[in-house]
Design a binder for this molecule. Sequence first.
Ligand SMILES: Cc1ncc(COP(=O)(O)O)c(C=O)c1O
Length: 396
Amino acid sequence: MFKKLSQEFQTPFYCYDQAIIDNKINFLNNLELNFNYNFSFAIKANPNLAIINLFKQKDIGAVVVSSGELYKALRVGFKPSQIIFNGSSKNDFDLKYAVTQKICSINIENIEELKTINDYSREKGLISDIGIRINPGVNAETLSKISTGKSGDKFGIEIDQIDFDMIKNFNHINLKTLSVHIGSQITDHKKLIESYQLIINLADKLNKKGFEIQYLDFGGGFAVIDNGNQGLDFNLWSSELNSIMNHKNYKVIFEPGRFLIADSGYLVSKVDFLKKSGNKNIALLDSSMSEYVRCALYGIDPIIELIDTDQKSEKIKYDIGGGVCESSDFFIRDALLPPLKVGDIIIFKNVGAYGSSMSSNYNSRPRPLEVLFSKDEHRVIRSRDTLEDLCKNEIM
Ligand SMILES: Cc1ncc(COP(=O)(O)O)c(C=O)c1O
């Protein structure tokens, strides 16, 4: 399929294998969890309308972190009752938009959000369902740049910073949800369980004090198998989770992003130039950090697949860089690969999450085309930016 697509479309482009997405959904749906729950897709991982729609069709909910994502979720037809709004620093417009759409829960991460939501809800004659994202002080032991649940992190609110009695005085909000999300690419199920347990305890305590917490939002963060790490052990995770949820009547929401979409997605690129610099062999591709920033941003090594290279030849070390004018624009250093030729196709795997969604027009590069394939069929789900698109919103 990659060969066929790379003959039809100019590289670089993203493509997604629908069968893998379906398998991931089935995997989650087949977990044996003994309580009431649902999975909601964290749209930030991949906000393409066609991708979001695949999840909607399988009754997965939607988690948004901005007005733009809320708009997209509504646009593909999610019911407001299926949408949760998170976000470490939502602006007035975000909060007011979420209030008017009457979504399932606006999860606040700053106490001041309560006043804005309450005042605006009063103005509109509404009572808004809200949640509080708790900072549980749990170190997820993932990459430091994608860890969100430690004391000192900007996400959520520490329990001792919340005056719950004061919250009772807001008449136009209904505190219905507690949430946690301690980071991404988490492989240690114990860290997740520790964070869940903390909000279960808090919800029990609050309900004894007259609150009506119905939802526990356990966030996302399930790791996918990447270069150098294992995935999450779902057997251990589910059995410990079943035991801490035993006899609890909360409805649980999970918010996976990466797990649902990462390994269905590929960035297909081409070797444009090969050169020597000192003792380094450098391969420069037609993709760059503008199309896949995670390597430069987090220092992760991508999973690379080559097609049509002579796999049997003796391997050579390459530094593989992109076409952006930044010295940090490298995908990987010292990668041992068969000898490359100009024109070789290089595929980056696991790019379905935080690939296209974190891409940019940096260096005024047109954002790539995206293709969804299913068995032998494929369709374009985003066209490549035109040069005119790059000027569209600018006024000379
Ligand atoms: C609140 C929240 N929920 C869910 C997610 C999805 O995380 P992941 O893609 O690691 O599953 C994120 C991403 O960082 C998030 O911030």
